[in-house]
Ligand binder design. Structure first.
Ligand code: NI
Length: 409
């Protein structure tokens, strides 16, 4: 089945050779190592931008496999496998940073750093990519191309770690990029591979509403920044409901609003912050423009003035149709075709999007919630990933990379 479909995608006779070996069996042999890597990283989480111990650990493990990892920066690791100069180079990316969350799982290998936790599964992503390294190094002399493993820092905090690595040339000569996110509460054994826009663009904004303070008893002599800010929050909600095509998905969320010092004083200023999500760059631009207009005019209507700071975050993560098809086939081989969905898309964002802007790519969501477990979502203090998902992820990534290497331009 996989051979037929693979041939159709790649147009290469070499696919059959790739598919002979069951990489999931191979990955399951690595279960102890996968668990060991993941648990070490879980116990020693590091925040975005500070992943130097994490990078050193990963580099040491890769070195022990006979690879020659390099650190383009102290908290990032890149390693290359295979030497075929004529074959394509396939990049595989794992993010390695943790979150400022106090862990409450009670696991024996819980975070040893108070207030820092691998609550988004990036410990698992790094372990999966180390597993891929094992699988591919065992057949390095037979590879029909090269695999470039990218262990990337700072995914959680825009502008994200991908941008700097790309600027440093990490995608040089790369013909496709792949990666995965372990996802809860998606059950272990399920995967989602979306063709086209898969994860949303995410921006943030901060607005200061300037009024004029005064006595609470004499509003006519003041400009109430708090009241103006409230109008702004309500007016911003009209953007998605009135300005966006109902068939386009979009979010405008105001997450914070701070104003005022005392109950009987008219607030001089108010600060609100929010996030924007969209799957289409035109929709994203439209929202950005409307936010500026709505804030300016709504504040003006209240006699106040709005000062907007809008920060472009991660772009839309767009999966390439052909790469997605190869990945879907690989996932289907090990999970069964029916276990691989083509949705739903994610309103969350990931800076894998930056790689996929440069070269054809695909980012898969892989279920990592054990049957019967509560399945706390990513970023929750009780978040726990099912380690049975680790060999599955390694097998699918390795298989996808091998198939992509069969493709000749
Ligand atoms: Ni994440």
């Amino acid at each position: 089945m996989i051979q037929r479909a693979g041939d159709a995608v790649t147009g290469s006779g070499g696919v059959a050779a790739v598919a002979k070996e069951n990489l999931l069996l191979r990955a399951r042999d690595l279960r102890d190592d996968l668990g060991r890597w993941r648990r070490h990283l879980h116990a020693h989480p590091e925040l975005s931008g500070q992943e130097t111990e994490t990078a050193a650990y990963i580099a040491a493990e890769l070195g022990a496999m006979g690879l020659a990892p390099r650190l383009p920066q102290p908290n990032a690791v890149v390693a290359e496998i295979g030497a075929d100069p004529d074959g394509p180079t396939i990049a595989l990316r794992a993010d390695i940073d943790a979150l400022p969350i106090a862990e409450e799982t009670g696991l024996p290998f819980s975070s040893r750093r108070p207030g820092v936790m691998h609550a988004c599964g990036h410990d698992g992503h790094a372990a999966v990519l180390l597993g891929v390294a094992r699988i591919l190094t065992a057949r390095a002399d037979r590879l029909r191309g090269r695999a470039r493993l990218i262990f990337q820092p700072a995914e959680e905090v825009p502008p994200g770690g991908a941008r700097e690595l790309i600027s440093a040339g990490v995608l040089g000569g790369v013909s496709a990029v792949i990666g995965l996110h372990l996802w809860c509460p998606l059950p272990t054994g399920k995967a989602i591979v979306v063709s086209g826009p898969a994860w949303a663009a995410a921006d943030r904004f901060r607005a200061v509403i300037h009024g004029r303070g005064g006595h609470g008893a004499k509003p006519q002599e003041a400009v109430d920044a708090l009241e103006a800010a409230c109008r702004c929050v309500v007016a911003l909600q009209s953007i998605v409901s009135r300005a966006i095509n109902p068939l386009d998905a979009a979010v405008v969320t105001v997450g914070t609003l701070h104003a005022g010092e005392a109950f009987n004083i008219v607030a001089d200023a108010a600060v609100l912050e929010g996030t924007v999500r969209a799957f289409d760059e035109d929709v994203r631009r439209l929202i950005k423009g409307r936010i500026a207009e709505v804030l300016a005019h709504t504040a003006a209507a209240a006699g106040a003035r709005a000062e907007l700071d809008y920060v472009d975050g991660y772009p839309v993560l767009r999966n390439d149709a052909k790469v997605a098809e190869v990945m879907r086939q690989a996932a289907g081989r090990y999970l069964g075709e029916k276990a691989v969905g083509d949705g739903p898309r994610e309103m969350a964002a990931d800076d894998f999007a930056r790689y996929a802007e440069c070269v054809p790519g695909c980012y898969m969501s892989l279920g990592a919630t054990a049957a019967g477990r509560p399945g706390y979502p990513n970023h929750h203090p009780h978040f726990t990933l099912d380690e049975d998902a680790l060999p599955v992820g390694a097998a699918i990534l390795a298989e996808t990379a091998l198939h992509l290497m069969q493709r000749r331009a």
